[in-house]
Design a binder for this molecule. Structure first.
Ligand code: GDP
Ligand code: IMO
Ligand code: MG
Length: 433
């Protein structure tokens, strides 16, 4: 069995949670490597719906270890709320979950700072999830953050007071009255620490030890490559490394131990929040997709912007991640369409561009070039083999495969675990053996 990274090939919400839950049966551990409770990974098990935010989707498989890696930012209140909700649903969280002692801690003032920054006059808001993710990563990079190891240490009050003073100074300098009661937060976090202490450990050492014993790890990406801090549509991105490289820096597992990288992509594309979106469809057809795909954010409930499969974008994310295989989800959402546009090229300022523009201005200026493929106008949900899909659906998938240059190793045609087809003989099938 191999160590596999599964991550989003678009702007998030590609169906990673469903895929990771399905694959986790074959792995010993599932590890999250970045992001925080800005993620919303939906898993259906029969009629039961779980939306996992911070805890890896592997938690739903008894006996599978769920690891929150050092690259993740942890809001203790959100973490404990999620643990308690899963426990109420009968999941044995505490025997499966481990949290890196090097992961950074989100405090309420991170959310306050984000709110002020997003609401500031003359700023184009990013449309964040308002979870304090960005400001927490800012503190991490500025080398003043507080980590889980600090939270559970006797020194926590001292470290916390230093950070809180820092925030108070900024608040005073900018005449901001908002920051809350720092002392109350300290006491609350000391209570959280008691519950978190038994779960905290050196997860890099744990994961590498498992690998030495021949066990296999599934790395679960959050967000998507186009939201990656380096490779996404900056500045309209999240503050972490969602791309494949983040799996190593975010867990401490070296690149030499990674056996495969799998991208998850919808058969179309969505985006939540602001930023360039070349193949967005703002007509009633886009609205139809939103309804058919139930495209509303799992975390914030915001309507997701909908558009067409974007080949240049996928080629770009395949390149920076090195996808071995691609999983196409939500094929069934396109079932009723007469024809399906696919964005096959970008034009900027009248010229075809072959590289993803780096500047926000050029990203916004992209004119998508479309080819239109016939729809299949047949229900695909319930079909269990790719060869049984309507011919037009098979042609559509072949088209995506040829144009992106990445094998399609699996197709998902419904939210349930069993509504997933693996292509026989594919690289993906081999990676899962
Ligand atoms: P994630 O963030 O990548 O895990 O994705 P989300 O959970 O935010 O959004 C994906 C949504 O699509 C969830 O509601 C899933 O239950 C649903 N979903 C996943 N795969 C399929 C599929 O093949 N067909 C349909 N109709 N829904 C799917
Ligand atoms: P999953 O893991 C889709 C988006 C936000 C915003 C930008 C920055 O479910 O795919 P942040 O709060 O992270 O600072 O917001 O990133 N965003 C997501 N969009 N799926 C997600 O996660 C997202 N997590 C953040 O909407 O545009
Ligand atoms: Mg999501």
């Amino acid at each position: 069995m191999s160590n596999l990274i599964v991550l989003g090939a678009q702007w998030g919400d590609e169906g990673k949670g469903k895929i990771v839950d399905l694959f986790s049966e074959k792995f010993d551990a599932v590890a999250r490597y970045q992001g925080g409770h800005n993620a919303g990974h939906t898993v259906f098990i029969g009629s039961r719906k779980f939306v996992l935010k911070l805890i890896p989707s592997g938690i739903l498989r008894p006996g599978v270890s769920a690891i929150i890696g050092n690259g993740v930012v942890v809001d203790p209140a959100a973490l404990l709320e999620e643990i308690h909700a899963l426990e109420a649903a009968g999941v044995d969280v505490r025997s499966q979950l481990k949290i890196s002692n090097r992961a950074h801690v989100i405090f309420p003032f991170h959310r306050t700072i984000e709110k002020i920054s997003e609401g500031r006059e003359n700023r184009i808001p990013i449309g964040t999830t308002s979870r304090g993710i960005g400001p927490c990563y800012e503190d991490k990079i500025a080398r003043r953050g507080i980590r889980i190891a600090d939270l559970v240490d006797n020194d926590f009050p001292k470290l916390y007071c230093a950070l809180a003073e820092d925030k108070q100074l900024i608040a005073n300098a900018f005449d901001i009255a908002e920051p809350g009661d720092f002392k109350e937060i300290l006491e609350q976090y000391q209570r959280f620490a008691e519950e978190i202490r038994p779960l905290a450990c050196d997860t890099a050492s744990l994961l590498n030890g498992m690998i030495r014993e021949g066990k296999s790890i599934l790395f679960e990406g959050a967000q998507g490559t186009m939201l990656d801090i380096d490779f996404g549509t900056y500045p309209f991105v999240t503050s972490s490394s969602a791309a494949a490289g983040g799996a190593c820096t975010g867990t401490g597992v070296p690149p030499t131990k990674i056996d495969g990288i799998v991208g998850v992509s919808k058969a179309y594309i969505t985006r939540v929040g602001a930023g360039a979106f070349p193949s967005e469809d703002t007509t009633e057809v886009g609205e139809k997709i939103r309804r058919a795909g139930n495209e509303f954010g799992s975390v914030t409930g915001r309507p997701r912007r909908c558009g067409w499969f974007d080949v240049p974008l996928l080629r770009y994310t395949a390149e920076v991640n090195g996808f071995d295989s691609l999983i196409i989800t939500k094929l069934d959402v396109l079932d009723e369409l007469e024809e399906i546009p696919v964005c096959v090229a970008y034009e900027v300022d009248g010229k075809v561009v072959t590289q993803m523009p780096a500047s926000a201005r050029r990203m916004e200026a992209i004119r998508p070039v479309y080819e239109r493929l016939p729809g299949w106008k047949t229900k695909t949900q319930g079909i269990a083999q790719i060869s049984k899909l309507p011919p037009a659906a098979q042609t559509y998938l072949k088209f995506l495969e040829e144009r992106t240059g990445v094998e399609i190793g699996s197709v998902s045609n419904g939210p349930e675990r069993n509504e997933t087809m693996i292509v026989p003989g594919s690289k993906l099938e081999k990676l899962l053996q």
